[in-house]
Design a binder for this molecule. Structure first.
Ligand SMILES: NC(=O)c1ccc[n+]([C@@H]2O[C@H](COP(=O)([O-])OP(=O)(O)OC[C@H]3O[C@@H](n4cnc5c(N)ncnc54)[C@H](O)[C@@H]3O)[C@@H](O)[C@H]2O)c1
Length: 248
């Protein structure tokens, strides 16, 4: 018996980084996976990696910040697998246009709010009714350590991830009695290709990480726990995965 046997999972941002690692990990544990990504080639490639190794996956191209696109992703998932038991919102991420409130590019504020926060809201808004129909599910959102401890230099991103964190706890309250759990992961530095390209070892979060930065697979392992019934009594949790940075 694998840990996600019988479950289907929709993973946004599944074409790269943390989302890709989770898609492969979930499929390896028996889940049927919808790999949703803005970049259709990335989505197809990851879905192909899963099916080539005997797993079950479909790709869905789309933008999480666009309502019609989210509708289409969810339809793809329901048409393919009948239900969505796990929603993992991994689409998003900060950029070098961010900074302190006095310096950040204002467009970057709205971009990160639109993708990371509004995109997470849209996907939850569309998937929750599906989960209610099938008797429940697990929602896994991604905030950031920046939303939990004081950091500097990425205030737009920090604000959007603070919103994701608070919204996830509100959803956990709202739907606990319906069997829907909602939890949020708060990673520190995770060496995905995107982040490895701009984060430097002198970054304070990097330096505070007593165990060193994480790999995408480390986050996928935590997500696997949250997706599985092993975490059936866990909801509204903010799970730090920061190599000890927040206690330093
Ligand atoms: N890597 C880190 O250090 C780190 C730390 C804390 C939190 N996070 C969060 O984890 C999540 C994943 O980060 P990552 O490092 O794996 O990023 P990544 O860039 O490696 O992967 C993100 C994926 O999301 C897709 N995507 C981007 N915008 C999209 C949109 N509007 N609609 C659909 N898909 C979209 C991209 O095409 C890409 O495939 C993000 O929310 C990020 O903020 C990352």
């Amino acid at each position: 018996m694998s840990r996600l046997d019988g479950k289907s999972a929709l993973i946004t941002g599944g074409g790269n980084g943390i989302g890709r690692a989770a898609a492969l990990r979930f499929a390896g544990e028996g889940a049927r996976v919808v790999v949703a990504d803005y970049n259709p080639e990335f989505a197809e490639k990851v879905a192909g990696e899963i099916t080539d190794t005997g797993g079950s996956a479909v790709a869905a191209a789309g933008d999480v910040s666009d309502e019609a696109s989210v509708d289409a992703m969810v339809k793809t998932a329901v048409d393919a697998f009948g239900a969505i038991d796990v929603l993992m919102n991994s689409a998003g991420g900060g950029s070098t246009k961010d900074g302190p409130v006095t310096e950040l590019e204002l467009d970057e504020f709205w971009r990160t709010i639109r993708v990371d926060l509004f995109g997470t809201l849209l996907c939850c808004r569309r998937v929750i009714p599906e989960m209610l129909k099938s008797g429940g599910g697990s929602i896994i959102n991604i905030a950031s350590l920046r939303a939990v401890i004081g950091t500097h230099g990425a205030d737009a991103y920090t604000a959007s991830k603070g919103g994701v964190l608070a919204m996830t706890r509100a959803m956990a309250m709202q739907w606990a009695r319906d069997g829907i759990r909602a939890n949020v992961m708060a990673p520190g530095v995770v060496l995905t290709e995107r982040v490895a390209a701009f984060i430097k070892e002198d970054n304070p979060i990097y330096q505070k990480s007593l165990l060193g930065p994480s790999d995408p697979e480390d986050v996928a392992n935590l997500a696997l726990y949250l997706a599985s019934d092993e975490s059936r009594k866990v909801t509204g949790a903010v799970m730090r995965l920061d190599g000890g940075a927040s206690i330093y």
